[in-house]
Each structure stands twice: as structure tokens, then as C-alpha cells.
Write a protein that binds this ligand. Structure first.
Ligand code: NAP
Ligand code: F7E
Length: 407
């Protein structure tokens, strides 16, 4: 760095001197604000949560290093909005590869590390258990070790999951009323009983984080996040599968001349039923499973809040409401004016989508996060369903427009 001395040997400051002094002061101000900026590493940057979290951190003034694994073609759709941001950089790191994880932590000396990368699909974990353990457990140990060795004061966030509760739940008022889902819940004290390789791998990591926190004093926290969805949700998860199907169906119906200009189209239902064979039905597995669904934007804020606490800890992040997959479908179909009584005409059960073991019921109790972190959710269940549908319907419209222009 050039050192300017604002000492002109007794002579008056010239215009040239003044310009040089201003330039120096501006530069040193920029350098010092760069030094004061927090640096975060975010793994799983190309995923749903990684993209929302990176946006949040950039808004808060962080430098963000996004880690992605090597892919043969680019998959930057979710990070298109931030990729040009000068405070954002992208780097290839396979999290199960110890050397590349160590190197990233050693070189970047992060203040905060958010580990969101994972093989995140529960059904896939039954088909690929080894790979799931490699990514979801070995990958986490790699980061814990890297932080312990190269940046022990870095704060660490681990993406734990409600899937770890598996079959287990607690009940309010000790009634154990199985018929009333509102009586049942899971919170930080509920015992874990994982039902899939995905959940078992995440639970092993959950314990490893606690061990590094207690054993080495790392500031390492786990968010036990219940299902959270969004317009950016992966297409193999049930909510997005439903909203994408509905958008595709609506677009098809419109192409048949069955829609009006308005969002809520009217159509001759008998006609649609008779023609429906030309549009494949939505195929689903267990539609009786209950989930606690929130919006990912609200949930990434909880991740950040956890790392701003003086003490590391684990927190349940959830809405406190639960709906079945069937309920989700009812709300989603209603959006395009297909009433509850009629939806059976539009989907079918396909055993291919059943899992060897299922988690039947999830409903989180987020009181600890609300009290200690001051966390709150802003997007209701209805808003979540509508936002996902609106986004998929708009995407379908754009697709049709493009096809029109290119044909
Ligand atoms: P997601 O959309 O599936 O994103 C997962 C990310 O991990 C993707 O960027 C993926 O890269 C990356 N990844 C996968 N394997 C990797 C590897 N071996 N090395 C490096 N990167 C790898 O998942 P999400 O919904 O954002 O969830 C984020 C985290 O929260 C995950 O750990 C998930 O298990 C956990 N979680 C999610 C929920 C939920 O409801 N969304 C609830 C609880 C916990 P590609 O883009 O190349 O595939
Ligand atoms: O399934 C049932 C399925 O795959 C939800 C991940 O983000 O949340 C997610 O895991 C429910 C299950 O999410 C289909 O059997 C019925 O009961 O959307 P999902 P998930 O398994 O709850 C947790 C918290 C995570 O941590 C995970 O990373 O829906 N279901 N029919 C179906 N599920 C899928 N995928 N496809 C179907 O056709």
C-alpha cells in the first residue's frame, strides 16, 4: 500500500496534491470497509436455500463465497440475480472431498460458514445410501475439522432436519389423541427416531456438531428445519411437483380453448373430463402424510439469526401448523377453480412414489426460536401455495410465448 504524507514542506497544498490526497482517503476508506465486511461461506449455493441465504447475506453487506460442486453443465438458475454482484464469488468444492474443504476454509478465513449442501431427497437416499452418508455426514465432519484446524472462531451453521424425528412426536395435554393432529408436535426435546438413510445421516451430523461444540468450544449451531418450500423448490419434492403439474395442466387446458383471460378460468368440466386422457394424470405416493410447510425465505433468516447469538445452540424452525399432502392439493387445485370434490379425477396413486419407510406426521413447535432469536415467519400456508402456483403458471406462459415466437 502506498503511504502518502500530507506534508508539503511548508508550501501550500496544490490542486494536484489535493487530488492525490482525496484519492488516497477514498481508497483507504474503501479498503477499511472491505476489511470490516464479514465473509461467509455458503455451501449448496445452487440449491433453494443457498440462493435465498446468499441474497440475504449480500443485502446485509457480507462478502459471500458460494461453494458448488462441479457439474458438466451450468446450473446457476437460482443464483442468476447475484452472480454479477462484486461481493459474491463462486468456487467449486465437493464437500465430501476433505482436501478441497480444508483448502476453502484455510484460504477464505470465513467469519461464518453455512453448510446447506446435501443429498436432500429422502426417497433418493434409499436408493443411494452410501452417497447420502458421504455428502450428508462426511461432508459435515470435513467442515467441522476444517474450522477447528484453520479458523476456530468461525461460526458454523448445520442444516439439520425435522426428518430426524421420524416416527416420533410429543403430545400436548398428554392425551395421545392420534386422530387430532393439532395435539401432536415436535420440539427441541422430542426424541429422534429417523426413518431413512437421509435422516440417519443428518442425525449423525447433528450429533457431530454438538460434539465439536461441547468438546472444542466451536460456535456451531443446528437448525432443525421443518419442510420449507418456495418458487425455487426442487421439482421432485411433492409441493413443487403438484404446482408444476397444475401449471402444465392449466396451460394445456388453455391451449384447448378452455380458459378465459382471467386467472380463474371457467371451463366445461364434462368436456375436460372427456379429453383429459390426452393430458397425463398427476401421479403421487402417500398423500396422507402430514407436513409443516413454510416458505424458504423466512427460514434462511432463522439460519442467520442463529449465528448472531452469543452462544451456539440448536433450534426448531417451523410454522406450528400441519397439512396433509392431500390438503396441499386441495388448496392448490382450488386456485384454478377445481373444487375439492373433483380433484380425484386429476391424480392417481402410483406405488413407485412410496418409500420403504415413511414419516407420517410432522408439526414443529418453534417457541424457542421465536423467544430467543426473535424469529417469526411472514408467509402463510395459503400465500406459499399461491406464490408457488403463480410462479409456475407464469413460467408456463413464458414457455408458450417463446414457442409461439420461435415456431
Ligand atoms: P437443495 O435445493 O436440494 O440443495 C442442495 C444443494 O446441495 C445443491 O446446491 C446441490 O448441488 C448441493 N450438493 C449436493 N451434493 C453435494 C456435494 N456432494 N458437494 C457439494 N454440493 C452438493 O436443498 P435445499 O432445500 O436448499 O436444502 C438445503 C439444506 O437444508 C440441505 O442440507 C437439506 O438437507 C436441508 N433441509 C432442507 C429442508 C427443506 O424443506 N428444504 C428442511 C430441512 C433441512 P446441485 O445443485 O449441483 O445439485
Ligand atoms: O415429501 C409424500 C412423501 O419429498 C413430502 C426435504 O426437503 O423435507 C423434505 O423431505 C411427503 C412425504 O419432502 C409424493 O412420501 C407423496 O411424506 O416433498 P417431499 P420430505 O420427504 O418431507 C425435509 C424436512 C427435508 O429435510 C428434506 O431434505 O410427500 N409424497 N407423493 C411424495 N413425495 C414426493 N417427493 N413425490 C411424490 O410423488
Amino acid at each position: 500500500m502506498t503511504i502518502f504524507k500530507f506534508d508539503y514542506d511548508g508550501r501550500e497544498e496544490t490542486d494536484e496534491d489535493r487530488k492525490a490526497r482525496r484519492k488516497y482517503l477514498c481508497k483507504s476508506k474503501a479498503e477499511s470497509s472491505e476489511k470490516n465486511r464479514k465473509r461467509a461461506i455458503v455451501t449448496g449455493i445452487t440449491g433453494q436455500d443457498g440462493s435465498y441465504l446468499a441474497e440475504l447475506l449480500l443485502d446485509k453487506g457480507y462478502d459471500v463465497v458460494g461453494l458448488k460442486r462441479r457439474t458438466s453443465t451450468e446450473n446457476h438458475e437460482r443464483i442468476e440475480g447475484i452472480i454479477e454482484n462484486p461481493r459474491f464469488s463462486l468456487e467449486e468444492v465437493e464437500i465430501a472431498d476433505t482436501g478441497s474443504v480444508y483448502s476453502a476454509v484455510e484460504r477464505h478465513q470465513p467469519d461464518e460458514v453455512y453448510n446447506l449442501a446435501a443429498q436432500s431427497h429422502v426417497k433418493t437416499s434409499f436408493d443411494q445410501p452410501h452417497y447420502t452418508i458421504e455428502t450428508n455426514t462426511v461432508g459435515v465432519v470435513n467442515f467441522l475439522e476444517a474450522i477447528r484446524r484453520f479458523k476456530p472462531d468461525a461460526k458454523f451453521y448445520q442444516a439439520s432436519t425435522s426428518e430426524m424425528f421420524g416416527k416420533n412426536y410429543d403430545t400436548k395435554f398428554c392425551t395421545d389423541d392420534k386422530k387430532n393432529p393439532q395435539e401432536k408436535f415436535q420440539d427441541e426435546n422430542t426424541a429422534f427416531e429417523p426413518q431413512s438413510p437421509y435422516a440417519a445421516a443428518k442425525l449423525a451430523s447433528h450429533h457431530m456438531v454438538r460434539i465439536y461444540r461441547d468438546g472444542y468450544g466451536l460456535h456451531a449451531s443446528c437448525g432443525i428445519l421443518f419442510n420449507h418450500e418456495s418458487e425455487r423448490r426442487g421439482e421432485k419434492f411433492v409441493t413443487r411437483k403438484i404446482t408444476k403439474w397444475i401449471a402444465g395442466f392449466k396451460s394445456w387446458a388453455e391451449a384447448q380453448g378452455l380458459d378465459t383471460e382471467s386467472r380463474h378460468f371457467e371451463f366445461d368440466k364434462d368436456y375436460i373430463h372427456s379429453r383429459r386422457s390426452s393430458y397425463p394424470k398427476l401421479r403421487l405416493g402417500n398423500i396422507e402424510a402430514f407436513r409443516d410447510w413454510g416458505h424458504a425465505e423466512d427460514y434462511v433468516n432463522a439460519m442467520w439469526l442463529m449465528l448472531q447469538q452469543e452462544k451456539p445452540d440448536d433450534y426448531v424452525i417451523a410454522t406450528g401448523e400441519t397439512y396433509s399432502v392431500h390438503d396441499f392439493m386441495v388448496h392448490a387445485f382450488e386456485y384454478i377453480d377445481i373444487p375439492k370434490e373433483e380433484i380425484t379425477n386429476f391424480f392417481m396413486i402410483d406405488p413407485e412414489f412410496y418409500r420403504p419407510a415413511e414419516v407420517e406426521f410432522l408439526k414443529g413447535e418453534p417457541t424457542k426460536a421465536e423467544t430467543i432469536l426473535g424469529w417469526e415467519r411472514n408467509v402463510s400456508f395459503e400465500q406459499l401455495v399461491h406464490r408457488m402456483l403463480e410462479s409456475d403458471i407464469n413460467a408456463e406462459k413464458e414457455k408458450v410465448q417463446k414457442e409461439l415466437y420461435t415456431s
